[in-house]
Design a binder for this molecule. Sequence first.
Ligand code: GDU
Length: 368
Amino acid sequence: MPDFDYLVIGAGLYGAVFAHEATKHNKKCLVIDRRAHAGGNVWCDNKAGINVHAYGAHIFHTNDKHLWEYVNSFVEFNRYTNSPLANYKGELYNLPFNMNTFYQLWKVKTPAEAQEKIQQQIADLNITHPQNLEEQAISLVGKDVYEKLIKGYTEKQWGRDARELPAFIIKRLPVRFTYDNNYFNDKYQGIPIGGYNKLTEGLLKGIEVRLNTDFFKEREALSKLAKNIVFTGQLDEFFGFRFGHLEYRSLRFEHETHDIPNYQGNAVVNYTERNVPYTRIIEHKHFEFGQQPQTVITREYSTEWKPGDEPYYPVNDDKNMQLLKQYQQLAEAEENVIFGGRLAEYRYYDMHQVIASALAKTKKLFTE
Ligand code: GDU
């Protein structure tokens, strides 16, 4: 008889929430991860007393009260509100696109003036059903915002022409005709006090976790340990890439410690022009209102992914979505394997969505 009910592959949010809920329902779980730490991409490194978001900025936000209470039951969250700035050729603009941005661009002061300006810029384009990111962006905010704050940033981030990208990517961002720089529309938002590692520790408390353990290096032996598998890694890797590789965008981070308390006055500054090679600079201490004497900044570069690189953003274009369907058919035929999370579902997931997905799955399995 296998020792465990579930072998959970990957100690990121999906795996950790799954294991936590399963354990609550008296299932025995073994969580493995090939990295030297748990937490997946929410893991924070500590430098100069500052929690450094080692795999890119993570700002928690949700509209779901129960989900907010759920994460706060492991660690209290602070009241950080994400209000990134955009730097375009040395000029600063507020994000997301709102009355502050429109004032900075056009000196318009009322919503009617801003709307009129946008209408003038899109009138002759006749976009009724936006087919791609460029059309979607222009129809929402006009040409000026698109040229200065979207086009360069987007093409750097995705390494593809904005006309080849799906429209939904830009719909993640609010467009507002109020003076409100809050990047999210959600009711609840914040950062765990003391960092994300506290959330991971809370979720995995009392559960056996084996780090530096690569499922694919000991597949047979590990699979025998449990009755069921929860796989949160790359879906195509599970099936030996037999139809080819699903594509991702990867990221490269350059971390720097500075002997000053405050480098840029804000946690996130996006560099929206094409010529600046990085997409943004993160100053981590501001996520937790840190008062340390030093500061740590991270330049984030978006890179083309190749096999072996760290996969970050799924590229949900037509070609990859077709390939995904083929792999999903194989996944459906697998007995005793649950596929979940950003990599196994190949979805541009935010943290709250991954947690919701793991909670829905465990609810279905253990209470219905
Ligand atoms: N975008 C721009 N210009 C910008 C910012 C975004 O054009 O200055 C477009 C891009 O096409 C981008 C899309 O909007 O691909 C989505 O932008 P997001 O900020 O949502 O992209 P990320 O996923 O990289 O953002 C991550 C988290 C966000 C938030 C953000 C930090 O997913 O929730 O934490 O980092 O501000």
